[in-house]
Each structure stands twice: as structure tokens, then as C-alpha cells.
Design a protein around this ligand. Structure first.
Ligand code: PSV
Ligand code: MN
Ligand code: MN
Length: 403
């Protein structure tokens, strides 16, 4: 059985995973949004749910907001509401994809007036950062085209660059912007920020406080995401993650369900970088924003989020167990399979009792899912909130589900 050493205890206690406000409300596919009993109806209830996830796990102390889904008049009061429940406001996610005016794009739209409207919303979100004390502006754009010839791809690139630069230069001191890329969807021919290379090139061009955000659901099948992670860490441009799992497209499923080895390999790169002798790599790894980006269509929201957080914790714990000396020796000796085994030995280790011990030491329930199921939380919120229909003020997320 793996012992909880002081080093393991310290590392596990440092782990942080941010949960997304939008994972607690009703959401659906393009076909249907099922109303979930007790699903959060507004940002306050989303914070309540996030606080419950943190109370049970101890490693999810912040919540990402999506504006305007989570818009309020008084962000200072919202911050106080969060803190009273033991959580903080995390990344601010602007929304320049749901209004009719953005049919042909937002910051890359052909019409300058629309581009201005989009940038102005991004700058409003920078203001929300000031009011909430948030350090990360998390940017995802649906911008792109559906048909060859529909628009000028280089013009759109220039427009993206100009918008990102304006927002970057308006960021509060000590804040940064995280630039998310996505292969396709909702655009089906060309997406303006289509891969890590495009996001990286923009970040390098616009300034030090722009870094790339890697969402696990935003790549082509078979892409080696951990290699992208290693590359960006080494370049000092990995800013954050949107963890989730997928099988087909951007499925936004519970983290680590379909892709546990991939998740482990990603954490393996991050742990290695945290101990790098290169100062840039080390500091980049230490400041990565670990966030979940999930939308639950059929799952109970709080339990699904708990499962994601715990799966991240397991992957991280396994990555901490890698025998780095044995790995290095095997790599240097060119011993292909010994090196592979040094990694997979850690992956195959059952860390559940190690984590139960860590929780016990920290006064947390040793089995957070069982504790949640045994608690009255779900019944209470179901009674108090009822079963609100999806849509309306809630995100109804589009997904590719086959036709
Ligand atoms: C859409 O693909 C998306 O899932 C992106 O990953 C964003 O991060 C998220 O929605 C929230 O806007
Ligand atoms: Mn995302
Ligand atoms: Mn996505």
C-alpha cells in the first residue's frame, strides 16, 4: 500500500481544480435539454453547489463564471456570497457567441460595428475581473466559417489579432488572458482559433500575459495532447486547462471517464515541469489554471462534478508516484520498455486508499461520493429549487451528436 509521505501530503494539498458555474445548471444537446431536479437556477445556486463540491473534496475552491449567464449588478457582493460559502470567483468567461448579431462571427465578423460590439463585451468582462478580483480572462470564440470562400481567412486572422491585443493591453495588473482553441464546431469549414499553434502564435505576438488554454475536447481524434502540454510548458505559454472527456467530438463528459491514461499522461508532464530546472517551465507549471469544462445533460450535476474533481485528483496522485529516477535512467539507456513501465507502473497503482488517508488527515470525508449520496443535499435542493425547465437563461450547449 502506498504511504502518505510528507511530500505526497504537501503536493496533494496544493492541488486546485476550478469548477465551472455552467456545469451546475441545466444544459442540453441540440436535440433536448432535460430538466434535472434541483439543478441550479442562478449564479447563487451554482455557487452553493460548487461550495458543496469543495466542502466534500477540499480541492475545488474556485468557480469560473460565464458572462452574461452569471451577470449580477453587484460583483463585490457576489464575491462575498462565494467567500461566505468557502469558495472564490475564478476565471471570467465572456460570451460572444449566443447573440443573433454574431451569426458570422464576433471579433472576426466582416462588419466593424459587430467586431466593436464583441470587443466591448470583452472589455466589460475585464471590468468584471476588476470587481471580482479574478486573475484569468478565459476566451473561447465560436468564430469561423462554414464554406470555402465564405470569408477571407487572413482578414479574419488580422481581426482576431487586433481584438486580442486590445483586450490584452486592458487587463488588470497581474491578470492574464487564456486563449482557447477548438478544431471545429460551431463552424464547420474553418475556425479562426483552430489549434494550439494558432492560439500560441497570437499569444506570442500580443504579449506576455497571453497564454494558451487546452480543452481536452477540442482536438482531432488521436492528437497527442500531452505533447502539446509539454511543448507549451517549455515555451512558457501554457495557461490553463479545460478538463473533460470525450469520445467523438466536444462531448464535455465527466473528466477521466473515457480517457484516464491521457489524463494521467498530462498530469505526468505537469508534475515533471513543476520540478524542472528551467525557471520558465517551472513557474509556468506552477501557475497553470486547472479548470473543468463540463456540461451535464443526463447526469446529476453535483455528483458528476464531484466525480470529475476526484478523477483529476487520482490522475495527479498517480503522476506524483512516478519513479522519476528510474524513468530517467531507462530513458538515457534507451531502454524503451523499462521507461514505458516506469510510467505505467504509476498509472496502474491503486491510489484510492492513499487519497482516503489524505482526506482523513484533512478532516474530509474519506469517500466524498458516498458522503454526498448519504447527505440530504440533493433532496434539499430538489425540494427548494424544484425542477426548472432548461433554456431561458440557461446555457443550451450545441453538440455534435450525429444526425
Ligand atoms: C464550447 O466548445 C465550449 O465548450 C468551450 O470549450 C468553452 O470553453 C465553453 O464552451 C464555455 O464557453
Ligand atoms: Mn472549454
Ligand atoms: Mn468545448
Amino acid at each position: 500500500m502506498t504511504q502518505l509521505t510528507d511530500d505526497l501530503n504537501a503536493a496533494l494539498s496544493r492541488q486546485r481544480i476550478e469548477t465551472p458555474s455552467w456545469g451546475y445548471g441545466n444544459s442540453g444537446t441540440r436535440f433536448k435539454t432535460f430538466a434535472a431536479p434541483g439543478a441550479a437556477r442562478d449564479v447563487f445556486e451554482k455557487l452553493d453547489d460548487a461550495a458543496e463540491v469543495h466542502r466534500l473534496t477540499g480541492v475545488a475552491p474556485s468557480v469560473a463564471l460565464h458572462i452574461p449567464w452569471d451577470e449580477v449588478d453587484d460583483y463585490a457582493a457576489l464575491g462575498r456570497y462565494a467567500r461566505e460559502r468557502g469558495v472564490e470567483i475564478g476565471a471570467i468567461n465572456p460570451n460572444v457567441f449566443q447573440d443573433d448579431v454574431y451569426r458570422l462571427g464576433s471579433v472576426t465578423h466582416p462588419d466593424e460595428a459587430v467586431r466593436e460590439q464583441a470587443v466591448s463585451h470583452l472589455l466589460d468582462c475585464v471590468d468584471v475581473m476588476r470587481q471580482t478580483g479574478s486573475r484569468d480572462l478565459s476566451l473561447w470564440f465560436a468564430d469561423g466559417t462554414n464554406y470555402a470562400g465564405q470569408d477571407d481567412l487572413r482578414r479574419r486572422k488580422h481581426a482576431m489579432r487586433a481584438a486580442l491585443k486590445r483586450v490584452h493591453d486592458a487587463l488588470p495588473e497581474n491578470a492574464r488572458m487564456l486563449v482557447e482553441y477548438k478544431l471545429f464546431e460551431p463552424a464547420f469549414y474553418a475556425t479562426d482559433l483552430f489549434d494550439w499553434g494558432a492560439a500560441y502564435a497570437h499569444c506570442v505576438a500580443i504579449g506576455d500575459r497571453a497564454q494558451v488554454l487546452v480543452d481536452l475536447g477540442h482536438h482531432a481524434q488521436g492528437v497527442n495532447i500531452e505533447q502539446i502540454v509539454a511543448f507549451l510548458l517549455d515555451e512558457g505559454r501554457l495557461g490553463g486547462f479545460h478538463f473533460n472527456a470525450r469520445r467523438y467530438a466536444d462531448d464535455d463528459l465527466i473528466v477521466g471517464t473515457g480517457n484516464p491514461f491521457e489524463l494521467f499522461c498530462i498530469y505526468a508532464e505537469l508534475v515533471a515541469a513543476e520540478h524542472s530546472t528551467d525557471q520558465v517551465t517551472r513557474s509556468t507549471a506552477q501557475h497553470v489554471a486547472y479548470m473543468i469544462d463540463q456540461s451535464h445533460n443526463i447526469e446529476p450535476k453535483v455528483e458528476a462534478m464531484l466525480q470529475s474533481v476526484l478523477n483529476c485528483q487520482e490522475a495527479y496522485a498517480k503522476a506524483l508516484l512516478i519513479d522519476r529516477d528510474a524513468l530517467r535512467e531507462a530513458q538515457q539507456a534507451g531502454d524503451v520498455l523499462a521507461a514505458h513501465r516506469a510510467l505505467t507502473d504509476a498509472f496502474r497503482t491503486d491510489v484510492r486508499s492513499l487519497l482516503a488517508e489524505w482526506r482523513e488527515v484533512h478532516g474530509l470525508p474519506t469517500d466524498p461520493i458516498a458522503a454526498h449520496r448519504a447527505s440530504a443535499y440533493q433532496q434539499t435542493v430538489t425540494r427548494e429549487r424544484g425542477t426548472a425547465q432548461g433554456g431561458g437563461g440557461y446555457p443550451v450547449r450545441e453538440k455534435v451528436m450525429g444526425t
